[in-house]
Design a protein around this ligand. Structure first.
Ligand SMILES: [Zn+2]
Ligand SMILES: [Zn+2]
Length: 468
């Protein structure tokens, strides 16, 4: 489904880019199938172990990455920004891309990231918020190079799969929503072990008539920058982006992630729900409580309604911490630097009563690109514990409690009883005990990385065993 304002909005940005790129647009906009993302991504980049460890260390912080295996700490959530609202995310040890495009075209080398690096991160999943070029132009080549599935709407999947060219097979794509699913539709796909993912269809930013119901919305006018003079474009970057200017949005998906005691929301656009989908606010409120919200504050409504739409998303989700995104200079000539949004954003935020106003971590370009310590959050996972209770007649019921999502198997032993193994949550068995008056029950717990550890508890006698 195409939100009401999306088509004019997309047309406006294509027009802006056409002006920006001049003759290159005319020559290449219909160049077609040869133009996939910013060029092919070498699959070798994803295959090199040393490069994986090195790249994960840069994107997620060396202290959070096992320097031998490249595994990322499970008790951290880390976002590494590579432009627009696009992040490499480490969550419970999973590496995921949230959208996939490194800004380039009107400039080159401003964002210190490359598609080869994103491939070397070895993401296991690429989540799509929407499929405009500034969010998804690199998605298909990265999915092909890494084998990571894409996930988004049926429309995203159809478009992104169709972009695979040459000998490459179309990448796998998980359809979270059927074609034309209405705004407000929700899905809870099983995508990442130990992480609860909720996907909500919402709407793209779009210009609407000035909202008279509130005192005044500051018109946000981007200030010109010198970014493309400082980072002049390469011809191949210019041509590649022009081929993607008409990419369709394909619907908009907001994601909430819950892991341990942490709840996080990411949305790569903020739409005028007040005008077109007021029911959406109830859906957003239902996603509370939210600890961290990463949300787009730049959009097509900024000229008439300032930052009303992002602020209303914030009010509905009521996060403890808000992180603005999409406010960087990703298309110099059309956009500006994040710092120029600062005062507009804080003025808008001041409309939220102080007691309900979130903390803000205002990331800015270029200094916060690929700076994991800017957005690293500790997660408290319930420790895995062994519990037991008598079930009568010498039977002892034992099981693991706590956050067992990383456990793949548990083996339980008790003197005088036959050992039992369980490889399915909730990891519970009954041991029938004969003999020894005092004993301890022992569980050997193996996690997804193959590490084993031992948990021990005293074992009561539990009455007389049933005769054999
Ligand atoms: Zn868009
Ligand atoms: Zn965008």
């Amino acid at each position: 489904m195409m939100p009401a304002m999306a088509r004019p909005a997309a047309t406006a940005i294509v027009a802006a880019f056409a002006v920006l790129f001049g003759a290159a647009a005319g020559a290449s906009a219909h160049g077609g199938r040869g133009l996939v993302g910013g060029g092919a991504v070498a699959s070798a980049a994803a295959a090199d172990d040393a490069a994986m460890v090195r790249t994960r260390s840069r994107y997620f912080g060396a202290a959070n990455v096992d320097q031998r295996t490249g595994a990322v700490r499970r008790d951290r959530v880390i976002f590494s920004w590579f432009g627009v609202a696009n992040f490499a995310l480490a969550i419970r040890g999973h590496v995921v891309l949230l959208d996939a495009w490194i800004p380039r075209g009107a400039f080159s080398g401003y964002v210190p990231a490359t598609t080869d690096e994103l491939a070397a991160l070895r993401p296991e999943l690429i989540l799509i918020g929407h499929a405009h070029f500034d969010h998804a132009a690199d998605a298909t080549p990265l999915a092909v190079a890494t084998g990571a599935p894409l996930a988004g709407t049926a429309e995203h999947c159809a478009d992104l799969r169709a972009r695979a060219s040459g000998p490459a097979l179309p990448p796998r794509c998980i359809e979270l929503f059927g074609r034309d699913a209405p705004r407000g539709s929700q899905a809870t796909p099983q995508l990442l072990r130990g992480v609860e993912v909720t996907a909500l269809k919402h709407l793209h930013s779009g210009a609407t008539r000035p909202d008279r119901s509130e005192p005044y919305h500051v018109p946000v006018i981007p200030l010109p920058t010198t970014t493309s003079l400082e980072h002049p474009p390469t011809p191949s970057d210019m041509i590649a982006v022009v081929g993607h200017l008409p990419d369709a949005e394909g619907g908009n998906v907001l994601y909430r992630f819950r892991v341990g005691d942490l709840s996080l929301v990411w949305h790569d656009t903020s739409g005028p729900a007040a005008d077109y989908a007021p029911g959406l606010f109830d859906k957003l409120r239902a996603l509370r409580s939210v600890d961290v919200q990463l949300g787009a504050i730049q959009g097509f409504n900024q000229f008439t309604n300032g930052m009303r739409d992002p602020r209303q998303y914030i009010e509905a989700l009521a996060p403890r911490l808000f992180v603005p995104t999409h406010h960087d200079d990703w298309a110099p000539g059309v956009t500006t630097r994040a710092v120029n949004y600062r005062s507009y954003f804080y003025d808008e935020l001041a409309k939220i009563p102080a007691e309900r106003r979130p903390q803000v971590r205002f990331i800015a370009d270029p200094e916060d690109y690929v700076r994991p310590d800017a957005l690293t959050f500790p997660v408290r996972l319930e420790p895995v514990q062994l519990v037991r209770r008598c079930a009568g007649r010498g039977r002892l019921r034992v099981r693991l409690v706590g956050d067992v999502a990383d456990v793949v198997a548990a083996r339980f032993r008790l003197p005088g009883a036959r050992a039992r193994r369980d490889a399915v949550a909730p990891f519970a068995v009954t041991l029938v005990r004969r003999g020894a008056a005092r004993a301890r029950v022992v569980a050997t717990v193996t996690d997804v990385d193959g590490n084993a550890r031992t948990l021990t508890r005293s074992a009561p006698r539990c009455g007389r065993a049933a005769p054999r």
